[in-house]
Design a protein around this ligand. Structure first.
Ligand SMILES: [Zn+2]
Length: 241
């Protein structure tokens, strides 16, 4: 069993993820069809599955075209079925999802939206965390409560440290500026700053990271309580670095 995952940059700062295992191909959160098609062609693959983390347009708008072309099956949260593209498989937290022989567990991660879910492949050590956890950041708390978002982040933080966190946006330089304002003396953060600035200067993605790296430097995972998390999240909303 070898699950591979590859970031697909789309729109201005979104990432979808191409997953392959054996002959099976899946994409997570395609906001556009064309960049996904281009990568499928380059890899000589047809699309079997579409995994959706939440209902925002910049995660689902490519679904109809991909379904029309490939007949791919769409998997998303049962709780959000009314506002997601038509689901072939409606999943609930704790359910399993298979990409070839790779099994993922559905993790409930409310906060950014109330129906947001993550997909965790424990054997492959891959986490599709979309707009819950970003490199050095986290999603805005739009629908849920600060307490829900903090609990969601803590659930992801509890996964093995070498788990690859595959997030939904390239917000890293902005997140980095805020993280440095919170913990200017954090050596792990300073080391990551160097790495991420070099990656961005080279036009490369700063995803995926690992849960261990995020625990060492992400100010939202490092908040000691929901109240401290809420203060940091509110500060980030108006932060101009
Ligand atoms: Zn979103």
């Amino acid at each position: 069993m070898t699950l591979t995952c590859e970031a697909i940059p789309l729109l201005s700062d979104n990432y979808a993820w191409l997953l392959t295992e054996g002959a099976t191909t899946a994409v997570c959160d395609p906001s556009e069809a064309a960049p996904v098609e281009a990568l499928l062609q380059a890899r000589g693959r047809k699309l079997d599955l579409i995994l959706l983390t939440h209902h925002h347009a910049d995660h689902i708008d490519g679904v109809p075209a991909l379904v029309a072309r490939h007949g791919a099956k769409v998997i998303g949260a049962a709780a959000d079925a009314h506002r997601l593209p038509k689901l072939d498989v409606a999943v609930r937290p704790g359910d399993s999802v298979a990409v070839g022989s790779a099994q993922a567990t559905v993790i409930d991660t409310p906060g950014h939206t109330v129906g947001h879910i993550a997909f965790h492949f424990p054997e492959a050590k891959v986490l599709l965390c979309a707009d819950t956890l970003f490199t050095l950041g986290c999603g805005r708390v739009i629908e849920g409560t600060m307490e829900q978002m903090y609990a969601s982040l803590m659930a992801l933080a509890a996964l093995p440290g070498d788990t690859l966190a595959c997030s939904g946006h390239e917000y890293t330089l902005s997140n980095l500026a805020f993280a440095l304002s919170v913990e200017p003396d954090n050596a792990a953060l300073q080391a990551q700053a160097k790495k991420f600035r070099a990656l961005r200067e080279a036009g490369k993605p700063t995803v995926p990271t690992t849960i261990a790296d995020e625990l060492a430097a992400n100010p939202f995972l490092r908040a000691g309580s929901a109240a401290e998390f809420a203060r940091r999240r509110e500060a980030k909303n108006t932060f101009r670095g």
